[in-house]
Design a protein around this ligand. Structure first.
Ligand SMILES: *Cc1c(COP(=O)(O)O)cnc(C)c1O
Length: 385
């Protein structure tokens, strides 16, 4: 191919190592996760415990390593979505008495005896959940632990005021259980100005007051912690902030980025003729141009909605995606780079120069979805343990 731009120095790859190194790496900075945990903990009023939400494999970062790193920071409460996730975290946090693990989707997906065998505590989301767990509790001969979930406005999971009234009319139900916490979840904690925050807070206080049981309470997620002390109660449940996602997106991010996600350049093309890039011929080349093809695609968690506008960082500079996202490839425009890249060089997708939240904005989603979709195919490197 004719060289229409300054030729990359050295036609050949200088080191065979660029062939044998992995094609993509996901570095997880456990020290940053720990610092984020301590930051959120310092925001909380005295006496509030700080849990960690490690559902969905700790938002894609790896539940085992993240849970162990947070345990080292004296975190003793962990939330997962399912029994399977709970069993994985339990294996990471032995002996069983060392930490409490709560299962947000309730006593589903496994026998109650299995929950007890793994020392997993279900969050009871419905009245039938409570009745089911109370029956098991009575049969088992000792009060089984549980968390009660009240719905204060999400209309997703949890018991409504009507169900709480039914629950109140049968005091034996709760008496047969060891209720660790009564919790609810905020719908708009990412927006400190949203009136729904205070409405949910008030409803939570009203609903729990009618219950007349001595209990400990939990309301705040990451965003809720930053809403102030009224929202803290006895246990806070941060997730996103631990992993570097901004809990209040309209304000500067107080959290530290917890991952560096990189992939490698497979090919560099100098193009001196007109044409198009990728499937659907959606990008028209204006020659002369230089493009780099990266080992990254929608199967690796890089959404199709990045087509023709996502950015990656090569040699400290941002380069734009041209054309559509393929299953395992993207093409980026490197024409303007002062130092032309070579096959085998790295491109930063998430890291010091652009955050998961930045990417989310480009793709029309949220940082949570970016992190949880990254995929398992990347070489994982845990640092700062
Ligand atoms: C996911 C989840 C959290 C954590 O929320 P973040 O916004 O990630 O901090 C807390 N509580 C419940 C019930 C959740 O489902």
């Amino acid at each position: 191919m004719s060289k229409v731009l300054a030729a990359p120095e050295g036609e050949e790859r200088s080191l065979d190592m660029s062939y044998t190194a992995p094609l993509s790496t996901l570095e997880i900075h456990l020290d940053a996760v720990a610092r984020n945990y301590l930051f959120l903990q310092r925001k909380m009023k005295l006496g509030t415990d700080c849990a960690a939400v490690v559902k969905a494999d700790a938002y894609g970062l790896g539940a085992t390593d993240v849970s162990q790193a947070l345990f080292t920071q004296n975190c003793r409460h962990f939330f997962v979505a399912t029994f399977e996730e709970g069993a994985i975290v339990r294996k990471a946090l032995l002996p069983q008495g060392a930490a409490a693990i709560y299962v947000l989707h309730g006593p589903n997906g496994a026998a109650p005896e299995d929950f007890v065998a793994e020392a997993l505590i279900p969050v009871l989301n419905t009245l039938p959940d409570v009745e089911y767990w109370a029956r098991f509790s009575s049969k088992s001969g000792q009060k089984q632990q549980a968390v009660l979930h009240l719905d204060t406005g999400m209309n997703r999971l949890g018991m409504t005021a009507k169900e709480v009234a039914d629950l109140n009319s049968d005091k034996d139900l709760l008496r047969s259980l060891n209720i660790r916490y009564i919790m609810s979840h905020l719908a708009c904690a990412d927006d400190p100005l949203h009136p729904k925050n205070h409405i949910q807070l008030q409803l939570f206080e009203e609903m729990t007051a009618t219950m007349g049981v001595a209990a400990r309470y939990s309301l705040a997620n990451s965003g809720g912690i930053l809403l102030g002390e009224d929202y803290h109660f006895d246990l806070a449940r941060p997730g996103c902030g631990l992993y570097g996602i901004n809990p209040h997106p309209a304000s500067p991010n107080p959290m530290q980025g917890a991952i560096t996600f990189k992939c490698r350049i497979l090919q560099v093309n100098d193009i001196d003729h007109e044409g198009t890039v990728g499937y659907g011929a959606s990008y028209k080349i204006s020659p002369p141009a230089r493009y780099a093809t990266l080992s990254l695609g929608y199967a690796d968690g890089y959404f199709r909605s990045f087509d023709n506008h996502g950015t990656v960082v090569i040699g400290q500079e941002k380069c734009k995606v041209v054309g559509r996202i393929s299953m395992n490839c993207i093409v980026v425009d490197v024409t303007a780079l002062k130092i032309p890249p070579h096959p085998g060089d790295w491109a930063e997708i998430i890291g010091p120069h652009q955050t998961a939240d930045d990417l989310a904005k480009q793709a029309g989603t949220i940082g949570y979805e970016i992190l949880t979709t990254l995929g398992k195919g990347h070489k994982r490197i845990y640092t700062g343990a």
